[in-house]
Design a protein around this ligand. Sequence first.
Ligand code: SF4
Ligand code: SF4
Length: 235
Amino acid sequence: MSDQRILTASAAVQDAISTLDVDLVGIAALSDLRGSRLAEMALRLLPEARSIVVLSMEVYPEIIGLARPGRVTGEASLNDLIDRNTDFLYGRLTKAAYDVARFSHRQGFRALPLPAAGCPSDGRFLEAVFSYKHAGQAAGLGYIGQSSLLVTPDFGPRVRLACCLTEALLEPQKKTSSAELCQGCDICIQNCPSHALSQPQGQEPYAINKFACSAFRNASGGCFECMRLCPVGRK
Ligand code: SF4
Ligand code: SF4
């Protein structure tokens, strides 16, 4: 494909992406991420990838507001409402990821849709083969806060994500700065029922014991406290 053809076809993909029926769309250029862990993960999945498209939808605060950690075995839990809601959002987001792949294929580009339910993860380290939240940050959707969640300006961390890697050369989105978002209020750290969150010490903006969080969520029928209580994006 000639350079001019790549630009023209990529512009057609970008136009089509703007018609998607999701709440947020972010785009990162692989050329801006050279040498990063995120680029390494993306190129392992699709060596021809030039862009990462990240799609997001809001989990409504009315639903998250009902969630509480801890449940008695056998008790009805309103946390289950979130799972039903999330199933719907996952379906919409996964369709959008496939739409981006379809737009790309029509223009002669390779593309790999990554479903909203998430990539396979290495159970030894609870690490996915591709990090949607790091992709969301690179694509300008928000900033990873002390909760370890992607915090978006409009919805805080109350979002779900899907991605599509594409060979199309898309215009990247301006990144959101940390100063605009997580202000380090510590609400997520202080209210984490498993004490999985602590003050970040190193390069990462968060410190989480993923095993403590995961074990607590499994044992208690789900936990959304860090998502529910974050003040960013509250209407
Ligand atoms: S609760 Fe406060 S510290 Fe935690 S992610 Fe939200 S803004 Fe940042
Ligand atoms: S989901 Fe619950 S247990 Fe896990 S980090 Fe958030 S508040 Fe803590």
